[in-house]
Design a protein around this ligand. Structure first.
Ligand code: C6P
Length: 530
């Protein structure tokens, strides 16, 4: 299916294995958006002119296509800006109506389906309960779910598919338990909608949230499905134009769902693109998509089993999400793979309670597939990982084609690896003048710097902590470079000056994402000095 996605024409060597973060877009979706802007652009639901009517028709047709995709009716489809906004909308609308009781989520949640409930439950004085994982850390513990959901449960909110483990949760069963106790069921469908058939009625979801950009549609558009009875009862949590029946200075009566939840000018082009993405999926059919992806999943599971030194997280029964750990920092693996045009994701995947607390991992590496993924993409990933395991990621131009560094830069790259393996001054200073710990929330890198300052100069500097090769090596090099340096001078190294200082120390070009890793050390030293 690569031929349907123009990104692969522009990047013919790209193995895009980051679909769980965001999918690529087919011509069909891009054309629908461009056509709307080129020959039919106007605002919707306002204008008494031809373009306005056409735009409204396109916008509402998109709602119909999305409704068809999940077996809902159009008035049950609220357009939002994405899964995060959908869940926030639901939480902001529902929580103020609960004056007591508890909210049940799971340990597996992405922050988007955790923080809104956590924050609003605290404010409202409601208890937040979490369904834990089974002992093997792969699935939800359904026995515990039965204990935790009771007659005081107001809402059960959980993910359909884990964005870390790839686990497919038993939505129907959980919804059944929740409904027996009169609780509302919200399902986060962000990682399911492009991979599994979703029938909201069959699943028993009262609310179902998903994003356009993960289902071959555009960014900035998403959906909150809500069953009609529930939406009728829910109050809109935000206000503005085009959601009303009548407004006086003292009072407003709202129109019916879905429009009562869509104040202001919506993301019209986004909705049209999303409608087109829904049609794209319907035309291919979930059956064919699953057949394609399941073959790849089976193959990749077999390949991972044989891969020594790599631990795959999650169960066998999964979607095409493959999160793994090995004896290397995920950022270093990601960069190594990127040099070979293999795009994957590294970090805690915005699921810190699961990733860092439950699984005890600061960061992991994740490859994820889509309808355009081919077995050659997976073979390239596996081959590259084999090389990494064998060589520890040591640069070898013949094997990995890291050909765009000059000879001098290659020496610097080797030097970085050497410092990362054997960091200098990674020790404790017994009585430091100051100590400061800083963390890079993006990847979990942590550095604690201790300094002894005498007469305005650094007399000794050392560090502790963990992280990727770039953060460790930059810190190690800094501890050498900053010995004896005036503290005032170090504090002037901010912004571009700081970036230049650290880049010249490392001696290789550092991209914007890894710059955060590179600068962590300098930032921590400066905080300690302040
Ligand atoms: N997960 C990932 O790489 P937004 O950002 O609103 O479109 O989707 C949020 C979201 C909610 N729930 C789940 C299960 C998700 O996976 C995501 C997004 C991406 O895993 C980006 S962090």
């Amino acid at each position: 299916m690569k031929e349907l996605f123009p990104i692969f024409k522009a990047n013919p060597d790209l193995a895009y294995l980051d679909t769980a973060a965001s999918s690529q877009k087919p011509d069909k979706v891009l054309d629908a958006i461009l056509e709307f802007y080129e020959d039919g652009y106007s605002n919707v639901h306002r204008a008494i002119h031809r373009l306005g009517e056409q735009a409204t028709e396109r916008y509402e047709n998109a709602r119909e296509s999305v409704a068809k995709l999940i077996n809902a009716s159009p008035e049950e489809i609220i357009f939002t800006s994405g899964t995060t906004a959908s869940i926030n909308l639901a939480a902001r609308s529902l929580i103020p109506t609960f004056d007591s009781g508890n909210i049940v989520i799971t340990t597996m949640e992405h922050h988007a389906n955790l923080i809104p409930w956590q924050q609003l439950a605290h404010k409202q004085g409601l208890e937040l309960r979490t369904i834990p994982l089974t002992e093997n850390k792969q699935m939800l513990d359904m026995e515990k779910a039965r204990e935790l959901i009771d007659n005081d449960t107001r809402i059960v909110a959980f993910t359909h598919v884990s964005n870390v483990l790839g686990t497919i949760n038993p939505v129907k069963e959980l919804a059944g338990i929740a409904h027996q106790h009169g609780a509302i069921v919200l399902v986060d469908g962000a990682q399911a909608i492009a991979h599994l058939p979703v029938d909201v009625k069959e699943l028993g979801a009262d609310l179902y949230a998903f994003s356009g950009h993960k289902m071959y549609g555009p960014t900035g558009i998403g959906v909150l499905y809500g069953n009609k009875d529930l939406l009728d009862r829910m109050e809109p949590p935000s206000w503005g134009g085009e959601q009303v029946e009548k407004v006086t200075i003292k009072q407003t009566t709202f129109t019916k769902p879905p429009h009562k939840f869509e104040p202001g000018t919506p993301n019209i082009a986004g909705a049209i693109g999303l409608g087109s993405a829904a049609e794209f999926i319907l035309e291919i059919g979930y059956e064919k998509m699953q057949e394609h992806e399941n073959k790849l999943i089976k193959r990749l599971l077999g390949q991972f089993e044989k891969l020594e030194g790599v631990t795959l997280l999650g169960p066998k029964e999964r979607t095409g999400i493959f999160t793994f750990t090995m004896d290397a920092h995920p950022h270093d693996i990601a960069e190594f793979l990127d040099k070979q045009d293999i795009a994957i994701r590294a970090g805690h995947h915005c699921a810190e309670p699961l990733h860092c607390q439950e699984l005890g991992l600061d960061a992991s590496t994740r490859a994820s597939i889509g309808i355009y993924t081919e077995k050659e993409d997976l073979d390239r990933l596996i081959e590259a990982l084999e090389i990494y395991v064998k060589t520890g990621g040591v640069f070898n131009p013949d094997q990995v084609g890291e050909g765009n560094l000059s000879e001098e830069q290659i020496l610097h790259a080797e030097n970085i690896r050497e410092h990362a393996r054997k960091p200098r001054n990674k020790r404790i200073i017994p009585e430091p003048t100051a100590t400061k710990m800083e963390r890079n929330p993006f990847c979990g890198d942590e550095l604690e710097v201790s300094v002894i300052v005498d007469e305005g100069k650094i007399k000794d500097i050392a560090f502790q902590g963990k992280g990727c090769a770039i953060s460790q090596a930059a810190m190690s090099m800094l501890t050498k470079k900053l010995q004896g340096k005036k503290t005032d001078e170090i504090l002037t190294l901010s912004g571009e000056k700081g970036r230049e200082y650290v880049t010249s120390l490392l001696g290789i070009p550092i991209g914007p994402v890894r710059m955060k890793c590179a600068l962590l050390g300098l930032r921590t030293v400066q905080e300690a000095l302040r």
